[in-house]
Design a protein around this ligand. Sequence first.
Ligand code: FES
Length: 161
Amino acid sequence: MACGCNCGEDELTKQLDIIIEPYKGKPSGLIQVLTKAQELIGYLPKWAQVRIAEGLGVSLQEVYGVVTFYAFFSLIPRGRHKISVCAGTACYVKGTKTVLKTLREAIDIKPGQTTPDSRFTLEIVRCIGACGLAPAMIIDGKDVHGRLEPEQIPEILEKYA
Ligand code: FES
């Protein structure tokens, strides 16, 4: 994964070119290439989008359109663990604001941001299908933590070193 500076960009560019190669001039491979590029880099920075657009023969605008259409793709560096705090109605009523406040105090980032050590990315989502456990959050898209009390949150975060 890229560290955020340009130190590894040359090597990443070479690896990205290897990903693009089988799809040269094939716009239909755009999603596959973007998926692999994101696995390689950790997100889809502009330089990678430009290279992909040139390689596949599509416009940068089209690449950007796909990247911003699918929630799976990210334009910003992501942490190793994604914390998704539910702001659906049931959770909101039962304490989403408190959950977010506690998280912000614990990891010092706002929704949409990643911690400087790339450990966590914080985001707000709509109902995660666990309304009976409100207020809830889901980590890494699979670990649901519900009936959250502020004092539990630091302990939960400890599990994601
Ligand atoms: S509203 Fe939060 S899980 Fe449904």
